[in-house]
Design a protein around this ligand. Structure first.
Ligand code: MIG
Length: 784
C-alpha cells in the first residue's frame, strides 16, 4: 500500500507512507525488505543495538558518527505476517503489511513501536517516523538543547547555528545530537537518528499526546535502536557505537581563564602572574581572536604578540598552558599562505558552478575549507605548526556552525559533492576532527586539547565542547548545567559553559556562585565577551576573592577523583556530570522542574545548583544516605530537605559508602604537591567501590599500559576498606595514602591494617579519624 495523498492543488507535496513488504532477503549481514517504492535494511550491531534504515534510493552508506560495523550473526524468523529479529537483549518485530517496526525487551515488553497508521513517511524529500507515545513516557537527551530535562511535550530542531544572545528557550543552538532515551513503564530504550540534514524531534508536543515523531529534510530514515535496560547501559552502548573520548590532558581539567580578548602578550602574562601572586590555582590562559594578525588564522599579531614563543615560555615557567582560538574562515588575501595554498589546491567550498563561496566574518571576506576531504583536513591539521612551534597546546575551534555574518550560508554552497543542507550539522565536527588529528600528529605523543562550539554525534572522539554565548544571569547558569548534563547523555563528558556568562556583567554574587558550581563543571572555564567588565577572580572584592580562591582550590583537591571520572568516560562513556535521570531513572522527583538541575558529579557527589539570589535551597536527595560535604551532616535520602546555601557553601552531598580520592591544594596541575593521596571514606550501610586511575596526564602512553589503577572498596558488612592491588606500569605521583574516615564511630581509635593494629588520629575540626600509609604499592586492607 503506497498512499499518495494529492491535495487540492497540483503543486502539493507528494506524501507517501511506507507500504507493504514485497520481498525479503538477506545480503551479507543485512536483512533487506523491499516495498514497491522503498527498501528497509535491518542490521544488528550488538545484542542491544539494531539499525533500521529505510530508503527510497540506493545511497552510499556513510556515517560521520558511527565507528562500528554490523555484527555477523543476524538471524531472523518469518511467518506470513511478521519477521522477528531477536537477541538476548531485545526483539524487533517487523510487521509486513504495511511495513512497521516494533521493539520489545527480550521478555516481550514493548519498548517502542511505529504508529501503525503512519510509521515511516515521506513528504517530498522529507522523511519522518511517527511513533506511538505511551501515557507515562518521558524523553531525555538531544545534547545541547534548552528546555527541561524531560523533553516530553516539546519539539526541537537540529540546525547548527551561531546563536549569540540566545535565551533559555532558543532552539536550535550550535550542536546536533539526534539521540534520545525514552523512559516508560519502568523500561528504557534509546534511539539515534543518524541523519545530518536539518532534523526535527517532537515528543508529543502537537499530536494530542498520541505520537512522538522525528524526521529530517533529506536523507534516509536511518536509526539505531538501543534496547538495553538502564540509562547508563544505553549510554555505554551509544558511545560504543559512536566512540568515546580519550584521556584529556590533566592541565585542561584545572581552572581556565579566558576573555575576548587579552589584547597583548603583556596582558596575558600580567593576568597569569597575578594568579600566582594571589595564590589562586589555575592552569590555562587563552588567546581569543585578537592575538591574530587581522584575524588571519595561523598568524600572530606582530605588534601585540611580537614574540609568541617568549610569551609561552614565560607562561610555562609559571606552569600555565596556552589555548588559542581558530575559526574556519580563511581571509581572501593573496600572499597569506593559507589562502594561497587553499586556492592552489582547491580546498575551499564552492557554488555549483565551481565559483568559490565568499562569506564575511571576522577577517572580512573569507573562503571556507572543505573539511570533508582527507587532504583538506591534513592541510588544516599541518597548519597548526604556526601555533604549536611557539608552544600552544590547546586549540579552540569557534564559528564552525559555520557562522558568517548574516548567519545564513546559502544552501547552494558545496563541499565536495555534498551541499550545505546535508553537511551543515557536521561541519564543526569535521573541523574539530581535522584540528585533533593534525595537532595530535604534530604534538607527537602529547595529548592536544581541542575545544569546539559546533558538534555532531561522535564529536567526543576529538574534542571537548562548550555551550556558546550564554548570558550573565541565573537562568543561564541553571540552563547551562542542564545542557552540560544533557550533553553527558549524548556522549560528551568534557563540557564547559562560560562561567559568569558570556554576554553582560554578572553581579558579584552570580560570579561567586557560578564559580562555585564551576568546580563541578567538567571543563572549568571563566570567559566573557569583549564589551564586558574584567572577570578575573580578584576584581570583585576581598571577601569574594577569598571564596573564589577556596572554591578553585576545591577543584584542585578533587582532581584525583575527577581524573578517575574521566577514565570512566573513556572506558564506558558514562559522563562526569550526570543528570540524576541516569542513576535514579525510576524516581519521578528527579524530573521535577524544581530538582531537574541537580546532578551527580562522578559516582558519588551530588550537586544542587542554587541561584545567586537564594541563601536557602530546597534539595531533593534520592534514595540512599548522604552527607553534606561542608558540614559532614548526615541525611536520609528519598527526601526533600531545606538547607542553607550562602555564597560560601553550594549544597554538595556525598553518597554514603563513597571513597573519594583527593589531594591537598596545589597551584597548578604541574605542581608536585606533598605526595599525599587522600582517601575520604564516608561510612554507609551499603557496599561500594571506586576505580582509582592515574597516568602521566600528558601522553598516550596510558594506551600501552602505562597507567596506575586500583580498586578502592568499602564493605560495611565485613567492616572492611580495601585499597586493592595496583594494576599497570605507571608509578603513582603520590607516595603516601591518608585514609580519612567520615561518619564512623567517634570511639574508633584503632584499625587493623594488613593484620597489624594501627592507631588513628582524630581531627577535631572535621570530626574525622585518619591514618597514613607509606607502603602504598601493596594492597592495603583496613578492618575497622
Ligand atoms: O563573533 O572569538 O562563542 O566564545 O569569545 C563572536 C570571539 C566570535 C564567539 C564565541 C566566543 C568568542 C567570540 N566568538
Amino acid at each position: 500500500m503506497v498512499c499518495r495523498y494529492y491535495l487540492h492543488t497540483s503543486t502539493a507535496m507528494q506524501t507517501q507512507i511506507l507500504g507493504n513488504a514485497t520481498s525479503i532477503s538477506k545480503q551479507e549481514q543485512v536483512l533487506i525488505i523491499k516495498t514497491a517504492d522503498a527498501e528497509a535494511r535491518i542490521s544488528l550491531y550488538s545484542p542491544g543495538i539494531v539499525r533500521v534504515s529505510v530508503t527510497k534510493k540506493t545511497t552510499a552508506d556513510h556515517s560521520f558518527a558511527v565507528i562500528r560495523q554490523p555484527a555477523n550473526n543476524l538471524e531472523y524468523t518469518e511467518n506470513e505476517n511478521e519477521i522477528i529479529v531477536a537477541t538476548e537483549v531485545l526483539k524487533l518485530k517487523v510487521i509486513k503489511s504495511p511495513l512497521r517496526f516494533s521493539f520489545y525487551t527480550a521478555d516481550g515488553e514493548v519498548l517502542s513501536e511505529d504508529d501503525e497508521r503512519f510509521g515511516v513517511t515521506w513528504q517530498g524529500d522529507r522523511v519522518i517516523n511517527y511513533r506511538k507515545l505511551y501515557t507515562d513516557e518521558k524523553f531525555i537527551g538531544l545534547g545541547e538543547k534548552t528546555g527541561d530535562l524531560n523533553r516530553r511535550g516539546c519539539n526541537y530542531v537540529n540546525w547548527n547555528t551561531d546563536a549569540p544572545h540566545h535565551t533559555p528557550q532558543t532552539d536550535p543552538l550550535y550542536e546536533t545530537f539526534p539521540f534520545f532515551i525514552g523512559l516508560h513503564s519502568g523500561l528504557t530504550y534509546g534511539l539515534f537518528f543518524d541523519n545530518t540534514h536539518k532534523s526535527y524531534f517532537d515528543f508529543g508536543a502537537s499530536t494530542d499526546e498520541t505520537m512522538s515523531w522525528f524526521g529530517a529534510d533529506g536523507g534516509d530514515m536511518n536509526y539505531y535502536f538501543f534496547g538495553a535496560q538502564g540509562v547508563a547501559k544505553i549510554i555505554t552502548d551509544y558511545t560504543w557505537l559512536t566512540g568515546r573520548m580519550e584521556m584529556p590532558p590533566l592541565w585542561s581539567l584545572g581552572y581556565q581563564q579566558c576573555r575576548w580578548s587579552y589584547m597583548s602578550a603583556k596582558e596575558v602574562l600580567k593576568i597569569a602572574k597575578k594568579f600566582r601572586k594571589k595564590k589562586i590555582p589555575a592552569d590555562v590562559m587563552y588567546c581569543d581572536i585578537d592575538y591574530m594578525d587581522d584575524y588571519k588564522i595561523f598568524t600572530w599579531n606582530k605588534k601585540t604578540f611580537a614574540d609568541p614563543k617568549g610569551m609561552i615560555d614565560e607562561l610555562k615557567e609559571m606552569d600555565f598552558h596556552l589555548v588559542t582560538i581558530v575559526d574556519p574562515g580563511i581571509k581572501v588575501e593573496p600572499g597569506y599562505p593559507q589562502y594561497d595554498e587553499g586556492i592552489a589546491n582547491d580546498y575551499f567550498a564552492t557554488y555549483p558552478n565551481g565559483e568559490r563561496y565568499v562569506g564575511s566574518v571576522w577577517p572580512g571576506r573569507c573562503h571556507f575549507p572543505d573539511f570533508f576531504r582527507d587532504d583538506v583536513r591534513e592541510w588544516w591539521g599541518a597548519s597548526f605548526t604556526a601555533l604549536t612551534a611557539p608552544g600552544v597546546e590547546g586549540f579552540w575551534n569557534d564559528m564552525n556552525e559555520p557562522a558568517a555574518w548574516g548567519q545564513n550560508i546559502p544552501w547552494l554552497v558545496k563541499f565536495g559533492d555534498r551541499y550545505m543542507p546535508e553537511v551543515r550539522n557536521v561541519y564543526g565536527m569535521e573541523m574539530a576532527r581535522a584540528t585533533y588529528e593534525g595537532t595530535r600528529k604534530i604534538l607527537d605523543n602529547k595529548r592536544p586539547f581541542v575545544l569546539t562550539r559546533a558538534a555532531y554525534s561522535g564529536t567526543q572522539r576529538y574534542s571537548a565542547v562548550w555551550t556558546g554565548d550564554n548570558s550573565a544571569n541565573d537562568a543561564h547558569m541553571l540552563l547551562g548545567q542542564r545542557m552540560v548534563n544533557s550533553l553527558g547523555i549524548t556522549g560528551m563528558s568534557m563540557v564547559g559553559v562560560d562561567i559568569g556568562g558570556f554576554s553582560g556583567d554578572p553581579t558579584p554574587e552570580l560570579m561567586v556562585r557560578w564559580n562555585s558550581l564551576g568546580v563541578y563543571i567538567p571543563m572549568f572555564r571563566n570567559h566573557a565577551a569583549i564589551d564586558t567588565k574584567m572577570r578575573e577572580p580578584w576584581v570583585w572584592s576581598k571577601e569574594n576573592e577569598a571564596i573564589i580562591r577556596k572554591d578553585i582550590g576545591q577543584r584542585y583537591k578533587l582532581l584525583p577523583y575527577i581524573y578517575s571520572g574521566y577514565y570512566q568516560s573513556c572506558m564506558s562513556g558514562i559522563p562526569l556530570s550526570r543528570t540524576l535521570a541516569i542513576d535514579y531513572t525510576q524516581d519521578k522527583n528527579v524530573f521535577d522542574v524544581k530538582y531537574q538541575n541537580q546532578f551527580m558529579f562522578g559516582d558519588a557527589i551530588l550537586v544542587a545548583p542554587v541561584e545567586s539570589t537564594q541563601v536557602i535551597a530546597t534539595v531533593y536527595l534520592p534514595e540512599g544516605d548522604w552527607y553534606r560535604l561542608s558540614t559532614g551532616k548526615y541525611y536520609t535520602g528519598g527526601n526533600t530537605i531545606e538547607v542553607s546555601a550562602p555564597l560560601t557553601d553550594l549544597p554538595v552531598f556525598i553518597k554514603a559508602g563513597a571513597i573519594i580520592p583527593m589531594q591537598n591544594v596545589v597551584q597548578s596541575t604541574n605542581e608536585k604537591g606533598d605526595g599525599v593521596l587522600i582517601l575520604d571514606t564516608w561510612n554507609g550501610k551499603e557496599a561500594n567501590s571506586f576505580v582509582y586511575y592515574e597516568d602521566d596526564g600528558a601522553t598516550y602512553d596510558y594506551q600501552n599500559g602505562t597507567y596506575y589503577r586500583r580498586k578502592l572498596s568499602f564493605d560495611p558488612d565485613n567492616k572492611r576498606i580495601s585499597i586493592e592491588e595496583t594494576e599497570g606500569l605507571f608509578t603513582s605521583k603520590y607516595n603516601k595514602i591518608k585514609l580519612v574516615l567520615h561518619g564512623f564511630e567517634k570511639k574508633l581509635k584503632t584499625v587493623v591494617v594488613n593484620n597489624t593494629k594501627v592507631e588513628l588520629s582524630w581531627d577535631k575540626k572535621s570530626q574525622t579519624s585518619y591514618c597514613t600509609f607509606n607502603n602504598i604499592d601493596e594492597a592495603i586492607q583496613i578492618k575497622y
